[in-house]
Ligand binder design. Structure first.
Ligand SMILES: [Zn+2]
Length: 553
């Protein structure tokens, strides 16, 4: 028998007496993130196992309590994730494996899905089963009593293996509306078999907030264990439905970062978390971790290669942006006039679109953080602000490219000494036969101090070849560059209507054994855009090392 190796850090609290709503309201909420499972089921989203590990670490930093890592029984990639995450220390979150109750034809010991769940070696498993009679008879094509049997023995089996069990009652609200007795009976079976939470799922996302309220109440009259809510957004009600459920005393709330998920998505944790903490005073992730929300939202967009929604509540670029003259005038006097919260609480910032007044102070703060001291009236600050605006117009984006931003700021302030100078590069891609893979080769010439270095390298693609050639040329002078790894490379086409002549933005994430940093390049030529981001990445690494050696700027 396999045993969970991860030690229990966030232990499940004992059954809460939810009949006493007041007592329930005092208990801490559980934030359960399913970005890596339900979120990964969104159209256009695909996470590699490595992507998932990076997202899990971000979510842990945000302070969520549970991270549903994937469905090991349905996805080989997810098995890899569960293997990799065991080696990563997490501070707040517990990793959860997700899967379905056994197939009707399989005994539990022979059910590959249940076996894959055990093999994931998590302390906690979320198992889903059917609550809606129509789903049982039509989708599964089995009898209602057989379904109850499946729920009972699947959960009992996993319980006998020492796991903490959460039961996702799929389509619960639709099931309750169709046949309340049967829907409640499925929950009863799960509770009897040892589920520690029952999560009521609005799987089709069609339930209204008042129905959620009434049905949550009805379930609480029957059971004393802590409930959860899992809402989909097909009627744009997922956040509202989750909050209403919490108001009714539900303890666990499930959702995804930016609300990504099947069809119209899941309940958006980027709205739920600030609503819980700032509007309902119910805590959630605690501490001042809410200020990381915008960063986590941007990170998930980048990793998922999704265009950020500028107008997303709380975390969008425009969430605290003011354009109208009257608004700007008033906000400058008192931000409360047009802002429902202080943007910093969620890591966002105020933006004045018609005036650069606030932009300047935000930039000033940033530059001071780099260790460069200057007054707010210094004309160089305005020059840099103008440059940034111009670059943003061209398609540069510095949200995920702090490395490039710092280099740019240092250059503008006259505080940057380049570590190398490019004298030229050439990249050749050759395909000799139709059925042969192309070969990429790059040659590069750089100057470091008085020395000129000329090298060539091959790679799995042209950018990879250029990356190799650049490092090969520089490692002689800066051996620490061998520590640098290119963690991620992303290309986004900025103006899709000009076909292959479109401008592209390249975002590169690099890291060494201590830190990670992002850099950016924009051009009509993908190699030029890649070069800008690569060169910045290397330059930033050398800058960081210099800074460490000097003990600050
Ligand atoms: Zn779902």
């Amino acid at each position: 028998m396999s045993r969970p190796r991860r030690s229990a850090k966030h232990t499940v609290t004992p059954l809460a007496g939810l009949r006493e709503a007041a007592a329930a309201a005092a208990l801490p909420l559980e934030i359960y993130d399913t970005t890596l499972r339900d979120g990964a089921q969104a159209e256009d989203v695909s996470f590699s196992a490595e992507d998932k590990v990076m997202v899990a670490q971000k979510l842990d930093g945000l302070g969520v309590h549970y991270i549903e890592g994937g469905w090991p029984g349905a996805n080989p990639k997810d098995i890899e994730f569960f293997r990799m995450i065991k080696a990563i220390p997490l501070h707040h979150a517990k990793i959860v494996a997700f899967g379905s109750t056994r197939k009707a034809s399989n005994p539990v010991e022979k059910d590959s899905n249940l076996q894959a769940l055990l093999a994931a070696e998590t302390d906690t498993i979320t198992l889903f089963g059917k609550s809606w009679n129509l789903q049982v008879t039509e989708a599964l094509g089995i009898s209602l009593s057989k379904n109850l049997e499946i729920i009972s023995d699947s959960l009992a089996y996993l319980k006998s293996k020492g796991r903490c069990l959460f039961y996702d009652a799929e389509h619960f609200f639709d099931g309750y509306k169709a046949d309340p007795d049967y829907a409640l009976e499925t929950v009863r079976r799960a509770v009897q078999a040892g589920a520690e939470r029952v999560i009521l799922c609005d799987t089709n996302g069609g339930t209204m907030p008042w129905e959620i309220r009434d049905i949550c109440k009805a379930v609480q009259r029957e059971f004393s264990l802590a409930l959860g809510i899992h809402a989909h957004n097909d009627t744009d009600m997922a956040v509202a439905n989750s909050l209403v459920a919490i108001q009714q005393g539900v303890r666990q709330v499930q959702g995804t970062i930016n609300g990504i998920g099947e069809r119209c998505g899941n309940a958006n944790l980027c709205s739920i978390l600030p609503n819980l903490e700032l509007k309902m005073k119910r805590g959630g992730i605690g501490g001042d971790r809410l200020s990381r929300l915008r960063e986590v939202s941007a990170f998930v967009n980048e990793i998922a290669n999704l265009m950020p929604n500028k107008h997303q509540p709380y975390v969008g670029d425009a969430a605290f942006a003011h354009k109208g003259g009257v608004h700007i005038h008033a906000v400058l006097k008192n931000p409360v006039t047009y802002e429902h919260i202080a943007p910093e609480l969620v890591g966002n910032r105020q933006r004045m679109l018609m005036s650069d007044h606030s932009g300047r102070s935000a930039l000033h703060r940033k530059i001071e953080a780099y260790g460069i001291r200057l007054t707010k009236r210094n004309p160089k600050l305005q020059e840099l602000l103008d440059t940034l605006k111009e670059l943003e117009n061209q398609g540069y984006q510095f949200e995920g490219a702090e490395g490039s931003l710092e280099l740019l700021a240092r250059k503008a302030m006259g505080r940057h000494k380049p570590s190398f100078e490019l004298l030229g590069f050439r990249v050749i891609v050759e395909k000799r036969q139709a059925d042969e893979a192309p070969i990429s080769e790059a040659t590069i010439m750089v100057r470091v101090g008085g020395a000129v270095e000329h090298t060539a390298a091959v790679g799995t693609g042209p950018v990879n070849a250029l990356d190799h050639a650049l490092r090969k040329a520089l490692e002689k002078f800066y051996p620490q560059l061998s520590e640098v790894k290119l963690l991620d490379y992303k290309v986004r086409v900025l103006a899709a209507n000009t076909g292959t002549a479109s401008r592209v933005r390249v975002l590169i994430e690099s890291g060494d054994h201590k830190e990670k940093w992002g850099t950016v390049g924009v051009s009509e030529n993908i190699m030029e855009a890649s070069w800008q981001a690569l060169a910045d990445s290397i330059e930033f690494k050398l800058l960081q090392d210099k800074r460490k050696n000097l003990g600050g700027d």
